[in-house]
Structure formats: C-alpha cells, structure tokens
Design a protein around this ligand. Structure first.
Ligand SMILES: [Zn+2]
Length: 240
C-alpha cells in the first residue's frame, strides 16, 4: 500500500503573499497551493506581476496551483433558508462562495478562472471550493469543464473517473483562543487516527503561522508524516 501525505496551503493570493512565503520557506515538501484569483474582490492576481512570476516558479519547482473559488466570498441572498444562513454566515464566516452556486454561474466562473491561470502559463487540474463547500450543481460544472479533481473536508474526488478517497483533512481554526485550544487537541487525535491511513491531508491557512503553538504543531506533524509517507501534491496523488 502506498502511503501519501498531501500538504495544501489555502487562500494564496497577493493579499496573503507574505505569510504564504514564510510558511513555504519553513517546509520542504511539495505543496498544493490553493490560489484565489480575486481575493474578496480586492485585486486580481493578474495585476501583480511579481506574484505571477513567483507562482510560476513554485509550480515549476514542484508545487501545484489549484483554483480556489474566485473571490472566496458569498454574496448574501434574499429569501435564503435559515440553514443556508447558518452555514454560510456562521460556519464559514461568509466565505462559502460555491456552497449553493448554480450550474451556469459555476461554469462561467471556473472557466474564466482557468483561462486566467493559463494566461500566466499555469495549468491547474483541480478546483477546491472555499471552506470545502461545493454544491451539487457546482460539482457537475467541474466535471463538464474537464476539471481533474476536487476535495472536501472528508474526501478527495477524481471528477473524470469517479474514484473517491475518504480521508479527513487536518485543519486548524484560529479565530479565537478557544478555537485554537480545541484545534490543537482535535488535530492530535486526528493525526493519530490517520497514522495507518493510506492518505494523510494537512491543510494550512496563511493566518496559522501567526499563532506559534498552532504553527509548531503543523510543522511537527508535517515533518513526522513526511518521514513515513511520500509527500506529493493532490494532482500527483489523483494521477497515480
Ligand atoms: Zn479558502
């Protein structure tokens, strides 16, 4: 049995570039970089030539660029259900851009996004929705566009041949002190539960490195897992 480690860095954009660079400088494994084209509508990556050059170089050196939403933000809608309001505003803090996206909107946004990556010479094969929340219509749009894979909190899905690997991603919540304390304990137990699993997934967010105890645990888990597993991108894992 192959044993793989996939480390992903979420929310990569010109607005998070500085912490992203510090995180990547501290790691020596290939990383799936989840890039937001126009982070919160605050400026598209295409307008930042230095960022584009850096992304191209990272991909050439073995990382992977993954499409990660378009703005990462979900507009509040009139008449939405209570359940939708709770999930999109509380659980994800308004970041569920693809949580209930319709088919046509998903087709347009993902096709546009892919063209923008191609414009800088990067060919993304995966799409991962913000907060891992992807509607059924959004997933159908990804299949129709020929997107290779997507991931959710508990699974990696190869979209073109239907294979699905169950594996819950490690992920830290740092918004409040109590969340950080819960995250540290939760991830210790999840890390041990995954010790014999075929796939271990470690998801990092730029803000994680601002919290020393969180970052220390992340770096320690990656180093420990990389000694026993082959570290690779999602793109490579799905292709193997
Ligand atoms: Zn994200």
């Amino acid at each position: 049995m192959r044993r793989a480690l996939v480390v992903s860095l979420h929310d990569v954009s010109p607005h998070t570039w500085e912490p992203c660079q510090r995180i990547l400088a501290a790691l020596d494994v290939p990383v799936s970089l989840l890039v937001i084209p126009d982070h919160h509508g605050r400026g598209h990556f295409l307008k930042d030539a230095a960022f584009c050059e850096w992304l191209r170089a990272r991909v050439a050196a073995g990382d992977e660029a993954v499409m990660h939403g378009y703005t990462h933000q979900r507009a509040t809608r009139a008449g939405e259900s209570l359940a939708a309001r709770i999930i999109t505003r509380n659980y994800t803090a308004g970041e569920g851009e693809f949580f209930d996206i319709e088919h046509t909107a998903a087709l347009e946004l993902v096709a546009k996004s892919r063209e923008e990556f191609r414009a800088i010479g990067v060919e993304p094969s995966g799409f991962i929705a913000p907060a891992w929340l992807l509607s059924a219509e959004g997933e159908r749009a990804l299949r129709e566009l020929g997107i290779g894979y997507t991931t959710r909190l508990r699974a990696v899905t190869a979209l073109q041949h239907g294979t699905e690997w169950q594996s819950q991603s490690l992920c830290w919540s740092v918004r409040a002190a109590w969340r950080r304390a819960v995250s540290l304990a939760w991830n210790v137990s999840l890390f041990h539960r995954l010790e014999s699993a075929e796939l271990m997934r470690i998801a990092i967010h730029p803000v994680d490195i601002a919290h020393p105890r969180i970052w220390e645990q992340i770096a320690r888990f990656i180093a420990a897992a990389a000694r026993l597993r082959e570290a690779m991108t999602y793109e490579r894992y799905v292709a193997l």
